[in-house]
Design a protein around this ligand. Sequence first.
Ligand SMILES: Cc1ncc(COP(=O)(O)O)c(C=O)c1O
Length: 406
Amino acid sequence: MNHATTPEHLQLDLTWQEPIPQPGVAAAMALMESGKLHRYGETGAKPGEAASLEADFAAEMGMPYCIAMNSCGSAMFAALRCSGVRPGDMVLSNCFTLAPVPGAIAHAGAVPVLVDVTEDLLIDLDDLRAKAQASGAKTLLLSHMRGHICNMDALSAVCAEFGIRLIEDCAHTMGAGWNGKASGTWGIAGCFSLQSYKHANSGEGGLLVTHDADLAAQAVLLSGSYMLYASHVARPGPEVFERWKYHTPNFSLRMSNLPAALARAQLGAVLKDRCARWNQRYAWLHDALMDAPHIRLPLRPPQEQFVGSSLQFSLVGMDRAQMQAAIAACARSGVHIKWFGADEPVGFTSVWQHWRYFGQAQSLPRAEAVLGGLCDLRLPLSLTQTDCETIGQIIRRAVHAAQTSG
Ligand SMILES: Cc1ncc(COP(=O)(O)O)c(C=O)c1O
């Protein structure tokens, strides 16, 4: 490691990324030399990198269909639209998520019905039931925010009870699952991100998986396949496209071959290895914070096969000024923590009160309390055990100092 790990000041980059594996670099170089970056050619039958990525990911997920897009936000929009959501429809979604999720709902012209969050950062199933009943909404865009996966058996039962179609936002759960079933395979569609800070990194990109042939054909057309959809591999048969080709607009949200070449080299064994290393780092930092006063770590049941690429903890028994002081002290020591309690949206982090394009923010008293104290740290794979212990010490010291001085 090229950074010091003293308790006083940690010099490391929490935005550090793993390099692209060599086969991905080689495939990208070959593509650039060929100039064939656009995924569609009018002639030539050999599947390109984008079609091959779709086939590889579909096989990995055990799903028949996969559509590559330019982002997970686009994939979520496509899943909403192609499952029948139309402007003015209501869509249930977690209040604890990031801006691309409400953004996808806005893109579809739909109206969000936000569901409260538990102190373990999961969608509140009692609130989901109450809001499904009150709103009559028939779609749930479930965000496994920061990789926290609720009891999917219980959630599926609520969806079945109210006839709700489930779309999963798996931006933080590639490689994860609940009770042995992969995240992204529970509903009618699963949407994954390939943005740099996700589990496979192509800079930008999204993957939609589904077992619904009509949804898949519409998503292929909508992503911008012109009438070249036959060059997709993980797609339904031509008769399904016949049903949709005159009725689906082209939104030009497709992926090009270059990010696909980078992403393909990060699936399979590479992804598995990364997930295991993230979980090791999560365990190290979790242990370093476990018994710290004023810090609460979310409880995670054994059925939740999460990928610990980030860690969240709540500051408890502290007022806002003390929280701010603790976070500022951590930053001075080189540990930059994201805080969901900030008044203003900062960096990647915003909360539901900031999404004012929907009008008046919905009242979510529990979310206000839970997110008010919620802290968030990315766990780059470059962290060593000593780094994690040092980060733990820095946070504990900063919280103690803020708490006793306040
Ligand atoms: C929870 C969550 N969902 C969805 C997305 C959307 O991913 P993308 O940036 O690929 O649109 C993000 C991106 O940061 C995210 O954090």
